[in-house]
Design a protein around this ligand. Sequence first.
Ligand code: PGA
Length: 251
Amino acid sequence: MSRKYVIAGNWKMNKNPAEAVALINELKPLVADAACDVVVAVPFVDLPAALEAVKGSKIGVAAQNCHWEKSGAFTGEISAEMLKSMGVGYVIIGHSERRTYFGDTDVTVQKRVRAALDAGLTVILCVGEYLEQREQGVTGEVCAMQTKIALGGVSADEMSRVIIAYEPVWAIGTGRTATARQADEVCALIRATLAGLYGRSVADSTVIQYGGSMNAANAAELLAQKDVDGGLIGGASLKPADFAAIVAAAK
Ligand code: PGA
């Protein structure tokens, strides 16, 4: 079993195209020797500039969402096909901010995952519990359910293009990181869910990231856990030196 670490920066609604190019240019030399895959998830309008800026580096580019239809009357939406046609490689789906503020549900997440895979993209699928759910002791059930529904209809072969990001909602942007043990426990549980769906070999080869206030100081401990194969990093991904330190810890 060999899984390669994937460190992805989720820039959220930050940086205009010129600022995106500047950030990527700062980042490039810092991650040139990365032992892991490095991805930056930028706002839609930054995608052309980011794709150009990463040329000659190993940095991959992700979008932060996609719609499930190829085209049509969906004002304000962007299709997976459109992303693919530009040369985008990855798309984040089901981020808790999409679920919380923009009405994404397990069912729409499933539809977006389907569309992204059909278009040939690699999906970074986010799952994670709210604080009340953790306090009620249903973290495992919540994460297993979100994973199962999102992957409904996804084949074992397609799982090579699915990365799962475990992101406890209470840890996102709060500075309150899950402990390494909490992160590993839930990542292991998600892996067990995958084993139930697809068998051990798919489960063992699927990359499962942790996300939620991961930073240069705590990354090494989180990434050292058996079932944590990378990170989805928000705030710290906007600081090149911090993001590069996380990338360096992924080995
Ligand atoms: P954070 O965000 O690192 O700022 O907590 C993580 C995420 O939302 O993916």
